[in-house]
Write a protein of this length. Structure first.
Length: 100
């Protein structure tokens, strides 16, 4: 492979790692939103969600995490096993859709 390809692959690997981290973060926030925690605690989850949204806008990721936040189907996990519904559910965390 040429050097250009090597560079591209490196960039892609970095992007994947970042998107995986974001995906985990999104999952965590999502789980909190699902529970009654969101209503009971004083943690500013909406602000956190906005922060994640801003991060995504800055990094401009084309990632599963981004797909989750914008409520569209992620490439990964497009199985029939309820991933679609969970992705749809994300769009109403805080009343309005979280759009990255």
């Amino acid at each position: 492979t040429s050097k250009v390809f090597m560079k591209m692959n490196a960039a892609k690997a970095l992007d994947n790692a970042r998107s995986r981290a974001l995906y985990a973060l999104v999952k965590k926030v999502q789980s909190v939103f699902r529970g009654r925690l969101a209503r009971k605690t004083t943690t500013p989850w909406r602000k956190i969600a906005e922060g994640i949204r801003g991060l995504l806008r800055r990094t401009g990721l084309d990632s599963p995490a981004r797909a989750m936040l914008s409520g569209t189907q992620a490439k990964r996990g497009s199985t029939k096993r309820g991933s679609r519904t969970s992705l749809r559910r994300v769009t109403s965390w805080n009343g309005e859709g979280i759009i990255a």
